[in-house]
Design a protein around this ligand. Sequence first.
Ligand code: DC
Length: 230
Amino acid sequence: MSIVVAIDGPAGSGKGTVTKLVGEKLGLVNIDTGATYRCVTLAAINKGYKLEEENKIVNLLNEIDIEFKKKENEEKVLLNGKDVTKEIRSKEVNEMVSQVSHIPKVRENMANFQRKIAEGKNVIMEGRDIGTNVFPNADVKIYLDATPEERAKRRMKQNEEKGIESNYEEILENIKFRDHNDKTSSVAPLKQAEDAIYIDSSNLSIEEVTEKIIEIINYHFGDASKNGKN
Ligand code: DC
């Protein structure tokens, strides 16, 4: 029997960092589902396709091979054999990925792919619809949230570290706009699964959230660090 831990929530909730840490500590394979949508988007950009060319993007799915590989202790994302770990975080991909992820056939295809790569493994999977759609029967479901204000502060800090100048009010507006779009979308709206445990990370450190999630998993399984290692 394999274990599935689903971590869903909005951008800026800290789920990427926390999922990685929990996965490392408990020996669960970490699957970043956002990266799969980013790969489709990058493939479309490389072909020069525009968002309006939905059919072309959907047909492209047949030509795409996505792999997650650990290399020198770092998680790498490969698209048709090429390391695209950095490229999928580019500004161009950032600007287009949300719309690409809203194409119903892309979602269907990626959800199937995500189920396939999790097969037979003990996984911790991070995304938007893992507990509601990809693995509705996941063993443990967490919905990780933070206030828009806190997420805007975190984004400001990230930008500062990268030397990017930014304006708090603008970032906050953008986050609120995206939240509204994500939650009211007719295709896979972002929402908490009924049986998910809600964690508000606004006033918690990364370490505190990590500990909290590990406690929840351990409580569910007795001791997941033993079960989780395969
Ligand atoms: O988490 P991220 O920023 O890497 O996600 C990239 C995009 O993909 C983002 O617009 C949300 C979307 N996404 C999704 O719709 N469903 C998922 N399971 C994961 C990500």
